[in-house]
Design a protein around this ligand. Structure first.
Ligand SMILES: *Cc1c(COP(=O)(O)O)cnc(C)c1O
Length: 379
């Protein structure tokens, strides 16, 4: 008799569905016989500028070291982060992307008896890592697509070990200001760890901006996670980190893979922290593109969720699946977010001005096609 190996997997894993990434350009090119050069991808919140020249130069310089294991302590990168953000190297935990850190945190502090609290519509990795270790995920209904921080504090029980807060959140782009975050932290007992996921914090500017790092001294149960994948433009190299108390970092460092960040990622991340100009341009291109898309949506009469990230979720109606398909056929990749319980929305990453234009044109055409098909049905 053949063995059903899926049934041997631990319970949480059996019920998991894999994380749905944005469709790669080459895959769409193969599927539809399109020229990869003609395809634009606005599906994974990547930086449309291409990598920083400083990061590229550092990668080239490091190529000769590929036969050696990376620096498992990430000395240079921790020094650079420490200098930039005014934290001790001992507070930093490096990860293979911040997803890695999120997983390590969950494995270190939660088990099958634990509850892990996160918001409805929050980043998909939180329920995924929670379920993988067999802990109970507690999804708290959102308020206007954002985290209902009061309800999340109320959801904390004796069994709660961790609360995930994405600020700004992906895929909704919603954000909370300093006051709301502090009021929330005041309500969470110190024995419950709060993970403040700041993957998009570099895009935040001006009023209401909350810098999780400034709260660490007051809230020792806080862990701030950040990444080089978005504003810093290094999504492919996989470098992220958390900043916490040294005590918590010490725990995380026991569980993380000793060589979880490779030499090229370490080199590029260290170098890009020096490229203030690149960061500035990332912010500018994003702010402009955000305006471009929002005003196009306004003109088209489409609802969208105001976003503090480098992406925006737009309500394209019940036919979102068809609209997405029609976009793909025009060589435009965005992200349907039905999997997040938002079947009417598409999440679009902010691109270069010409990419945004192409998306807007393709969207207008797709919506036309869908609405004329709808009319046709009624006749
Ligand atoms: C993109 C993203 C991350 C980071 O991903 P990595 O590439 O693994 O660093 C983390 N949290 C949120 C909310 C994100 O959108």
């Amino acid at each position: 008799m053949s063995i059903d190996y899926q049934s041997l997997a631990v319970k949480g894993v059996q019920a998991l569905s894999p994380y749905q990434p944005g469709k790669p350009i080459d895959e769409l090119a193969r599927e539809l016989g399109l020229d990869p050069e003609s395809i634009i991808k606005l599906a994974s919140n990547e930086n449309p500028l291409g990598p920083s020249p400083k990061a590229l130069a550092a990668v080239k310089d490091a190529l000769g070291e590929l036969c050696r294991y990376p620096d498992g302590n990430g000395f240079d990168l921790k020094q650079a982060l420490s200098a930039r953000y005014g934290v001790k190297p001992s507070q930093i935990t490096l990860g293979n992307g911040s997803n890695d850190v999120l997983e390590v945190i969950t494995r270190c502090f939660a088990d099958q008896a634990s509850e892990v609290v996160f918001s409805q519509y929050a980043f998909a990795v939180y329920p995924l890592v929670t379920q993988a270790i067999g802990a109970t995920g507690v999804s708290v209904p959102a308020k206007d697509y954002g985290h209902d921080l009061d309800a999340m504090a109320n959801a904390v029980t004796e069994r709660t070990k961790l609360v995930f807060v994405a600020n700004p959140n992906n895929p909704t782009g919603t954000v909370h200001g300093a006051e709301a975050i502090e009021a929330f932290l005041d309500r969470v007992p110190g024995r419950v760890l709060v993970v403040l996921d700041e993957a998009y914090c570099e895009y935040l500017q001006g009023e209401g901006y909350v810098d999780g790092l400034s709260l660490l001294a007051r809230y020792p149960n806080l862990i701030v996670t950040r990444t080089f994948s978005k504003a810093w433009g290094l999504a492919s190299l996989r470098a992220g980190y958390s900043i916490s108390s040294s005590d918590i970092a010490n725990v995380l460092n026991r569980v993380r893979q000793p060589f979880n960040v490779d030499t090229l990622a370490l080199a590029a991340a260290t170098a890009v922290l020096d490229d203030e100009n690149y960061l500035q341009r990332s912010r500018e291109v994003n702010a402009e593109g955000m305006k471009q898309l929002a005003s196009a949506f306004d003109e088209m009469g489409l609802d969208y969720i105001p976003s503090a990230g480098n992406f925006i979720a737009v309500d394209v109606g019940e036919q979102a699946g068809e609209v997405n398909q029609l976009l793909l056929e025009q060589g435009v990749i965005v992200r349907p977010i039905g999997g997040y319980g938002m079947p009417r929305h598409l999440r679009v990453s902010i691109g270069l001005p010409e990419e945004n234009d192409r998306f807007i044109e393709a969207l207008a055409r797709a919506l036309d096609t869908v609405s004329s098909a709808e009319c046709g049905k009624g006749v």
